[in-house]
Design a protein around this ligand. Structure first.
Ligand code: IPE
Ligand code: IPE
Ligand code: MG
Length: 249
């Protein structure tokens, strides 16, 4: 069956995803939370494939927030093991599919072995020219802005830049995704309608799409539904609708 939503007119250049609802998915099945995280890996695969197939250039997935360290130690350590395992199992397939993988976040907070695997995955896929896949681990939007402010402050301290030369471009380019266009579309699964400290700066003008679907159930059709909703939006960036229409003629 061909879906009417399969080919939306405007494909977003950058899609960001808050992959939420793993714990509730597991609980509803009488399983431990970890089973939900494991089940979520297949949705990651489907989303990466869908993004590449639809011509999305950049995909950024929120896998572990700076606040998720507050979870029970057992859940944190099983998530870290899952990341290691997913890297071991998925990187060669991603590489075959020309996907470039990059991690954003406070990677120094991760174990040495996970850091090494991340570095190796980034190195292996560095020359790929297909989908750019950013995975946010130990990432927080406020952490990102503070980190960028430090980088810029350092440049001011060294005399490379004056305080009055600090502008939006200087801050934006010092962020983790400083070389990447801002997300056009943010998808959040799991029913909550909040940002949870994801890409605070970068999401300034993203279209927001929320679904009650829990992450382990999220599939290509859901991704297409988000793209279809996105393609119907008029993006005004502060202009009037009439101005935007006139510019489009
Ligand atoms: C998202 O699912 C995965 C992470 C935050 C690591 P949750 O684990 O938050 O699932 P819920 O929200 O408890 O259902
Ligand atoms: C956001 O989900 C973080 C990730 C999906 C990695 P949370 O489940 O941590 O968000 P809150 O705590 O409900 O806001
Ligand atoms: Mg959650």
């Amino acid at each position: 069956m061909t879906s009417v939503t399969a080919e939306p007119a405007n494909i977003p250049t950058h899609v960001a995803v808050i992959m939420d609802g793993n714990g509730r998915w597991a609980r509803a099945r009488g399983k431990a939370r970890h089973a939900g995280h494991r089940a979520g890996v297949k949705s990651v695969r489907a989303t990466v494939e869908a993004a590449a197939e639809r011509g999305v250039a950049h995909l950024t997935l929120f896998a572990f927030s700076s606040e998720n360290w507050r979870r029970p130690e057992e859940e944190v350590s099983s998530l870290m093991k899952l990341f290691v395992e997913a890297l071991r199992r998925e990187v060669s397939e991603l590489h075959r599919n020309n996907v470039r993988l990059r991690f954003i976040g406070a990677r120094e907070q991760l174990s040495d072995s996970l850091q090494r695997k991340i570095a190796a995955a980034e190195e292996t896929t560095a020359g790929n020219t297909g989908l750019m896949l950013n995975v946010a681990v130990a990432y927080g939007g406020r952490w990102d802005i503070v980190h960028a402010a430090r980088v810029v402050a350092q440049r001011v301290a060294s005399g490379e830049l004056t305080a009055s030369e600090v502008n939006e471009n200087e801050i934006a380019s010092a962020l983790q995704l400083g070389d990447t266009p801002d997300p056009d579309l943010l998808i959040r699964t799991g029913g909550e309608q909040r940002i949870s400290n994801f890409l605070l700066w970068n999401l300034a003008y993203a279209e927001l799409w929320f679904t009650d679907v829990l992450w382990p159930e999220f599939d290509k059709q859901d991704f297409d539904a988000a793209l279809a909703a996105f393609s119907a939006k008029q993006r005004r960036y502060g202009h009037t609708g009439e101005q935007v229409e006139a510019a489009e003629c």
